[in-house]
Design a protein around this ligand. Structure first.
Ligand code: NDP
Length: 345
């Protein structure tokens, strides 16, 4: 068995020397336990955001799809696949949970009905439910409304945009390359996209949202999001899902802009959004997807139905080999993925 342990806490973008792969010998399975062999590992932005919670020498965190190969626990029968936060390891002895930091128990994948098992780390797992509940429950979109999604070509964002289209909305995606933008419009039916690296980002946003923005699903935070908030309509809804633009920063930066007039110079924090929130009576709500744990299968079943109806497409960026997990993680943090970033063991 192999696992990644923390050698050094990340400082900025993770480096190859921050985690080390070590071999371990697992003891025999005892009553109440089962042995699971990783089939797919997930690499997700939250692992960077929460990396400081893993002490040096401990296994790095993460969720995987694993096959149960031995079992002395009737809830986890041999031959079934489980989705569980076992961390970055090839083999795990477990009782199925509970796990630290409030993560739910290991759950058994229902009949995959011909869909790939890797989907249970993406569209049919945490990612899909983040999109389903985080968008529908917080933004409460209505047909005809304008929806903006940041991180739109990523795992969560690409699903949010498609759900918004299913709900009859106009959808503008924000992503980091022209290629990703073309994929959103041509393959996923987004109405349009903006490359946030374009120096004319603000002008493009204004041009593409002539009626303002009713719902904003925010994966990235920072300046991009401040610009979107300035475009919100009265009673707009903002679902704050993540802030990946700052996960590798030691301190969250705030820029000051100089505003002059009437003989005085004011220093204004660039990106201040509170006045928009007040004057437009906006609703802005953060969430943790596991708050909907009691409705978990509802999201999965609905997303599965939309996939089968051809209404929801899912793309994966698959890296092969346990040894390449850290590389896959760093690539994802730098935008190397389109759709869900997955490691195939
Ligand atoms: P993605 O598949 O979207 O991968 C991350 C993407 O972030 C990259 O592909 C890259 O795309 C983009 N990115 C990287 N750096 C920046 C930057 N500086 N500014 C803007 N975009 C950047 O990841 P997920 O879909 O898994 O996660 C998306 C967000 O959802 C994250 O913030 C994550 O933390 C959050 N999340 C929150 C949950 C919750 O319960 N609240 C649950 C799950 C996820 P590009 O090429 O466009 O730059």
């Amino acid at each position: 068995a192999k696992k990644y342990i923390v050698q050094k806490q990340f400082d900025g973008l993770p480096k190859s020397t921050d985690l080390t792969i070590v071999e371990e010998e697992l003891p025999p399975v005892t009553d109440g336990e089962f042995l699971a062999e990783a089939v797919y590992l997930s690499v997700d932005p939250y692992m960077r955001a929460m990396s400081d919670s893993v002490p040096i020498g401990e296994t790095f965190l993460g969720t995987q799809v694993a096959e149960i190969t031995q079992s002395k626990n009737s809830d986890y029968p041999v031959g079934k696949h489980t989705v569980a936060p076992f961390g970055w390891r090839t083999h795990t002895l477990s009782t199925g949970g509970p796990f630290p930091i409030g993560l739910p128990k290991a759950w058994i994948i229902p009949d995959p009905e011909g869909l790939p098992l890797s989907f249970y780390l993406g569209v049919l797992g945490m990612t899909g439910n983040t999109a389903y509940f985080g968008f529908l429950e917080i933004c409460k979109p209505k047909p005809g409304e304008t929806v903006v999604v940041s991180g739109a070509a990523g795992a969560v964002g690409s699903i949010v945009g498609q759900i918004a289209k299913i709900k009859g909305c106009k959808v503008i995606g924000i992503a980091g390359s022209e290629e990703k933008g073309k994929w959103l419009v041509n393959d996923l039916n987004f109405d349009n996209f903006i490359n946030y690296k374009d120096p004319k980002f603000k002008e493009k946003l204004e041009e593409l949202t002539p009626k303002g923005v009713d719902c904003y699903f925010d994966n990235v935070g920072g300046q991009i999001s401040s610009e979107v908030l300035h475009r919100m309509n009265k009673h707009g809804r903002i679902s704050v899902c993540g802030s990946i633009s700052t996960y590798n920063d030691k301190e969250v930066k705030g820029g000051y802009a100089e505003m002059g007039g009437f003989g005085v110079t004011l220093l204004v924090l660039a990106g201040v959004v509170q006045s928009d929130i007040v004057s437009k009576q906006l609703k802005m709500e953060g969430f943790m997807v596991y708050q909907w744990w009691d409705r978990w299968m509802e999201g999965i079943e609905q997303n599965k139905k939309w996939i089968k109806e051809g209404k929801l497409k899912c793309s994966e960026t698959v890296t092969k080999g346990f040894e390449n997990t850290l590389k896959a993680f760093v690539d994802m943090l730098q935008g190397g993925n389109t759709g869900k970033a997955i490691v195939q063991i």
